[in-house]
Design a protein around this ligand. Structure first.
Ligand code: NAD
Length: 484
């Protein structure tokens, strides 16, 4: 557990958590600060064998955890929520250090992440069943729910706290034990949350954390072990679909939260300042690195220029820099390759005729930053609209016809979230119904809420997290036909 970096707290774990013990490995992964590329910590890289011992530890703990009283499971989640909130500032700093997002975003993430523990502490005691007479009258139908079993949880780097708690919370509430595999870019937050859960009283082996690098062989080995009964994955569609194929071999129950390519549609009757506020939130939360990020702005011709001017003024005024600095509004992207990717998408759009209204270049200070960018005169067919940008770039397209914009909004393979701005709620609801996405923000630039079912359709995923649905994802239904 030793950590020598003065930026991190002395208690920051850097090893794997297996069966309640911190296990060091010789091979290390460098975790870097995206603001200057400096090494924050050397985290133990878990071998596939060590990952399998995490699965074994989870399997051993499952027998007693599933029969632990729901109220007792709930109390541990509740206590974890309370500690996270009490330690919000240090956790937020940790997120900023390893992920790059600004402190305000990191604080918001800690609050959001902790809410999943509170919400699922409340859900743990609401696992329902059913007791009915068969229609024939011949027997009874009893329905109960049981935990799926050992769950493998894999999370991305963009929300290192919230994507972990959104899975650990419902898994533990349901009575499942887990092996968490955070992204190797941002493992420190997940390890810190596991340590908090230990202090909250989580029994040994109920939460295990491994950080293998490379991920592929270790995740593959765990999916092949016949002890893993659930895979809950958040990440790219590309990796998700590969893991679905691997999970199919053992017919593992899967929840997949994958990529997005959200349309943001502004009708001519929209409240313009409200739509610009919503656009800033939907685009710039997390510096644009969110699966829910508005990725394609479709603005009605009648208000296109006013919207573009308003958004450009707001985006152009944002200060790019070190997320720990209180003057900064946008932090760097998580890595050099992410920065290069965003730059490539902007060049693609420019060569297709897009005009750079603000930004349009990478930071020149050696950080992985990219200046907040607005692209105007983007055509419906521009290649940038087919990519998940995952950075602070807003491409603006003009539209005139409702059916036309709907067809374009629905023309991509992703379907996570869509945003619609109009004062005509009837039109807004009709458009919301017609949009092919799992979630819609109607005159709102933020949909995430632990009490709401989060998830996508098409290649944005399978299943839902949060709400009661998130709990059901870790439960199997058992039916008993009774006769007495
Ligand atoms: P990613 O797919 O590269 O990685 C996600 C996780 O999978 C990480 O833990 C990573 O280490 C692991 N992984 C990578 N390659 C693997 C392999 N070959 N085998 C097994 N595991 C592997 O995604 P990312 O770059 O970390 O995150 C960005 C993506 O996540 C975006 O597409 C974003 O939209 C998506 N995302 C979706 C949601 C959602 O709820 N739908 C939320 C956040 C992020």
């Amino acid at each position: 557990m030793e950590n020598k970096n003065k930026m991190l707290s002395d208690s920051q774990p850097v090893d794997s958590l297996i069966g309640g013990k911190w296990v060091a490995a010789e091979k290390k992964i460098d975790v870097t600060n995206p603001v200057d590329g400096s090494i924050l910590a050397k985290v133990s890289s878990a071998s596939p064998d060590l990952c399998l011992s995490g699965v074994d530890a989870a399997q051993t703990a499952f027998a007693s955890w599933k029969s632990t009283a729901p109220r007792a499971r709930a109390e541990i989640l509740r206590k974890s929520f309370e500690i996270m909130i009490a330690e919000q500032e240090s956790l937020a700093r940790l997120i900023t250090l390893e992920n790059g997002k600004v402190l305000a975003d990191a604080r918001a993430e800690v609050a959001y992440a902790a809410e999943f523990f509170r919400w699922f502490s409340e859900e743990a005691v609401r696992i329902d069943g059913d007791y009915r007479r068969a229609p024939s009258g011949a027997n009874w139908l009893l329905v109960t729910r049981q935990p799926v079993g050992v769950a493998l949880l894999a999370t991305p780097w963009n929300f290192p706290a919230a994507m972990a708690t959104r899975k650990i919370g419902p898994a533990l509430a349901a009575g499942c034990t887990v092996v968490l595999k955070p992204a190797s870019e941002t493992p420190l937050t997940a390890l810190a949350i596991a340590e908090i859960m230990q202090r909250a009283g989580v029994p040994d082996g109920v939460v295990n954390v491994v950080v293998p690098s490379p991920s592929g062989p270790a995740v593959g080995a765990m999916l092949k072990s016949d002890k893993v009964r659930k895979l809950s994955f958040t990440g790219s569609t590309q990796v998700g679909s590969m893991l679905l194929a691997q999970a199919a071999e053992n017919v593992i129950n899967c929840t997949m939260e994958l990529g997005g390519n959200a349309p943001f549609i502004v009708f001519d009757d929209a409240d313009l300042p409200g739509a610009i506020d919503g656009a800033m939130l939907a685009k710039m939360r997390n510096g644009g690195a969110a699966c829910t990020a508005a990725n394609r702005f479709f603005v009605h011709e009648k208000i296109y220029d006013a919207f573009a001017d308003g958004l450009t003024a707001r985006m152009g005024a944002l200060v790019l820099g070190d997320g720990l600095d209180s003057k900064t509004n946008v932090g760097p992207l998580v890595s050099k390759s992410q920065q290069q990717q965003v730059a490539k998408f902007v060049e693609m759009a420019k060569s297709d005729g897009a005009v750079v209204a603000c930004g349009g270049s990478a930071a020149a200070d050696g950080s992985y930053g990219y200046f907040p960018t607005v692209l105007t005169e983007v055509s419906f067919d521009s290649p940038i609209l087919r990519e998940e940008i995952f950075g602070p770039v807003a491409p603006l397209v003009r539209f005139t016809d409702r059916d036309d914009v709907l067809a374009h909004a629905n023309s991509v393979e992703h379907g996570l979230v869509s945003y619609v701005y109009t004062r005509d709620i009837g039109r807004g609801m009709r458009v919301a119904e017609a949009l092919e996405s799992g979630m819609v923000g109607l005159n709102r630039g933020l949909v995430s809420d632990p009490a709401a079912p989060f998830g996508g359709v098409k290649q944005s995923g399978l299943g839902r997290e949060g709400a009661h649905d998130g709990l059901l994802a870790f439960l199997e239904t058992k039916y008993v036909a009774g006769n007495w």
